[in-house]
Design a protein around this ligand. Structure first.
Ligand code: G3H
Ligand code: 13P
Ligand code: ZN
Length: 286
């Protein structure tokens, strides 16, 4: 059932485990995620980006995902987040479409602009009892940063500024940069655990780690101890879905019924999400 994301993450914070936030862009991926959450009895967050909205149609994808949650999640708490919203209008639109968390990503703006934008969204969202996630520091994407000029210290979250941003905006969750990156962009060999510890001590709200697809069990465990309550996973879900499509169409190219192929891809997503839930310690938390 669609449930308060603040409650979901505060419970994870208290319980010393993390919740997966999985990117979804079609019905089968959304179903695979929810089916896994139900089987493992784990809270889960489904999230949609602006580019997924452009691909599917904002209302269409929002309605599909909401119906999947309504029809399949039983008593499992499920959140619906706007991932990497870049401005006030898209955050407002997501709230109107029924999302119950919005991420406002001002991480590429100046510190002051990030605070101002985040505060604008928080003030609006909180009136509607919607939780907000901000980001401070840069979690890079492949192609965004010149590799010859890569200085992780310039990208990572400043703990003192994190405290200031949280106090000034009253944001509910904070996405941190501790050497993590999106997709296949090379990460810092060892995450900056000391920095995470400082952020956790200064900022009491649940912390979110983006780019978690390629994080090992060891790193995940350390991150949870360091205060991470939510891991964002997109690339691994895409791979699970697309690899299965390739496999199915290579080996069984005589299949003409798309449902027979998409169903296999949905099962593959479900298996991958189960793997992640086990890694994050979220099983049997409902
Ligand atoms: O960080 C967010 C996603 O991995 C990028 O997703 O291609 O849907 O914008 P997108
Ligand atoms: P990955 O694609 O690296 O899993 O990152 C996902 C993410 O951070 C979505 O916001
Ligand atoms: Zn992200």
């Amino acid at each position: 059932m669609l449930s308060d994301v603040k409650e979901i993450l505060l419970r994870a914070q208290k319980g010393g485990y993390a919740v997966g936030a999985f990117n979804v862009s079609n019905m089968e991926i959304a179903q695979g995620v929810v089916m896994a959450a139900v089987e493992k009895r784990s809270p889960v967050i489904l999230q949609i980006t602006e580019s997924a909205m452009k691909y599917a149609g904002a209302k269409e994808i929002a309605e599909i995902v909401k119906v999947v949650i309504e029809q399949r999640s039983e008593d499992i708490p499920v959140g619906l987040n706007l991932d990497h919203g870049k401005g006030f209008e898209i955050a407002k639109k997501a709230i109107e479409l029924g999302f119950n968390e919005v991420m406002i990503d001002g991480s590429r703006l100046s510190f002051v602009e990030n605070i101002n934008l985040t505060k604008l969204v928080v003030d609006f969202a909180h009136k509607a009892k919607i939780a907000v996630q901000a980001e401070l520091g840069i979690v890079p994407y492949l192609g965004e940063i010149d590799l010859s000029d890569l200085d992780w210290n310039k990208l990572m979250t400043d703990p003192i500024k994190a405290k200031e941003l949280v106090e000034k905006t009253r944001v509910d969750f904070l996405a941190v940069a501790i050497g993590n990156s999106h997709g296949f962009f090379q990460e810092l060999d060892e995450a900056d655990w000391e920095r995470l510890e400082q952020i956790k001590n200064l900022v009491k709200i649940p912390l979110v780690l983006h780019g978690a697809s390629d994080w090992s069990r060891e790193k995940i465990t350390k991150a949870i101890k360091g205060g991470i309550c939510c891991f964002n996973v997109d690339t691994d879900i895409r791979l699970a879905f697309v690899h299965e499509l390739h496999r199915a169409t290579d080996e069984k190219c005589f299949i003409t019924d798309p449902r027979k192929i998409m169903g296999l891809a949905r099962d593959s997503v479900k298996r991958k999400v189960i793997e992640k839930i086990n890694l994050f310690g979220g099983a049997n938390k409902v």
